[in-house]
Design a protein around this ligand. Structure first.
Ligand code: FE2
Length: 185
């Protein structure tokens, strides 16, 4: 049965091994293959945002809750990551750099049970296309809050690059949450 402690222990072993990305991908896939078990193992979420399940120099594990219909700005991580969905849907738009900025280059829609690995230099934006929270486990191959080089985000309208702003990020979650509540009455 899935437990957070066992999952984190397996992730810690995986990042110390030879192919951390692949190993973590398999662990996340194994976990979200039973979405109900992951849901039961994690605290119920009443607010959008991310909770830190584990934070170390070589590994961060976050419990993500996207607000209903939330759109999240393009950003990079400067480290690889694995994303597994256990409720709702997470639509990922992938971007590539151009001489002038960035342009959309691909997309992947992830539903409960789906997993994807994002390479170190990936730029993505995220939409929750459903009217309830989307829940995901995000595993990062480093300290998400202290990347090895400065992380970027891009204005969603102008696509102008700027330094990653964690306070703006937290505000986006709070605003998306407030909008969802206003819409649902
Ligand atoms: Fe991301």
């Amino acid at each position: 049965m899935f437990t957070i402690d066992r999952f984190l222990e397996s992730c810690r072993r995986a990042v110390a091994g030879v192919d951390p990305e692949q190993a973590v991908r398999e662990l996340v896939a194994e976990a979200v293959a039973d979405p109900a078990a992951v849901t039961a193992a994690l605290p119920e979420r009443t607010q959008a945002g991310f909770e830190i399940l584990h934070r170390a120099a070589d590994l961060t594990v976050l419990d993500f809750a996207w607000a209903p219909w939330m759109c999240f700005k393009p950003h990079n991580h400067c480290m690889w990551s694995a994303v597994g969905i256990f409720a709702g849907r997470e639509d990922n738009l992938f971007w590539r750099r151009t001489p002038a900025g960035i342009e959309a280059a691909g997309a992947r829609s992830l539903g409960a049970g789906d997993v994807t690995v994002l390479g170190r230099d990936i730029i993505h934006s995220v939409v929750n296309p459903v009217g309830r929270m989307t829940r995901a486990i995000h595993v990062y191959g480093g300290d998400f809050f202290a990347p090895p080089r400065p992380r970027s985000e891009w204005d969603h309208e102008t696509l102008v690059e700027r330094p990653w702003d964690i306070d703006h990020t937290r505000r986006m979650f709070a605003e998306a949450e407030a909008r969802a509540h206003a819409t649902s009455g």
